[in-house]
Ligand binder design. Structure first.
Ligand code: SF4
Ligand code: SF4
Ligand code: FES
Length: 213
């Protein structure tokens, strides 16, 4: 069994198992840190969304909380001008590549982007960057699932869930701005081996994957 360590997050004394990941320790203690791509069971997180930055005493620059194991005496601040600047920049970049249509979105009111915006007082609509809508076709070919790639934030949660469900239909294709979640062979969901189990819909933090109405 792992030793118990004492750490401080935002002036709160917290006890946790040594080596536990800071992001989950914070969230389990009701301290919110924005996050999209982290996954509890993942030993080596991709840390791709770049939203979970925190300030750690002794470190010259903010670090992603999803990559930091807790140790005795760790001193963490979830907010600082540097952290807030990084999160704001990361969020704006993300939203510049997102089709914002909350009114007509299945995730409205239960969306991680809305949550981050509210928690950090950030606008959903980018202020400084132009929105680059890719006008990708919505895939409604599956029996019970609709996939709108224009709303996907590339967090990878659906890819993992699909793999864990034993289906392994979903994966990433292409790089950079063209990166997209798609099926093996890039065929519509309805033409893939998708079983409509819905595990991907359950974990999608935004409205990119939804149950058909
Ligand atoms: S995914 Fe979230 S932010 Fe985007 S349109 Fe839907 S509710 Fe709005
Ligand atoms: S479809 Fe949803 S769960 Fe999958 S990568 Fe995009 S945002 Fe994440
Ligand atoms: S949750 Fe840490 S980088 Fe995405």
């Amino acid at each position: 069994m792992a030793a118990i360590v004492n750490l401080t997050i935002d002036d709160r004394q917290i006890r946790a198992a040594q080596g536990e990941v800071l992001l989950w320790v914070a969230l389990d203690n009701d301290i919110y840190i924005p996050h999209l791509c982290a996954y509890r069971e993942e030993a080596h997180p991709a840390a791709s969304c770049r939203l979970c930055f925190v300030e750690v005493e002794g470190r010259p620059t903010p670090v992603p909380a999803c990559t930091l194991p807790v140790t005795e005496g760790l001193l963490v601040k979830t907010r600082s001008p540097q952290v807030d600047g990084l999160v704001a920049a990361g969020f704006e970049l993300l939203m510049s590549n997102h089709r914002l249509d909350c009114k007509n979105c299945s995730a409205n009111g239960n969306c991680e982007l809305q949550r981050i915006a509210k928690a950090r007082k950030l606008p959903l609509k980018p202020k400084n960057l132009s929105v680059l809508d890719k006008y990708l076709p919505v895939d409604d070919s599956a029996a019970t699932i609709v996939y709108d790639p224009n709303k996907c934030v590339l967090c990878g949660q659906c890819v993992r869930a699909c793999r864990h469900s034993g289906n392994g239909i979903l994966g990433f294709a292409r790089r950079g701005y063209s990166r997209v979640v798609t099926t093996f062979g890039n065929v519509p969901l309805g033409e893939s081996n998708c079983t409509n189990c819905g595990e991907c819909v359950k974990v999608c933090p935004v409205g990119a994957l939804a149950e058909k109405q």
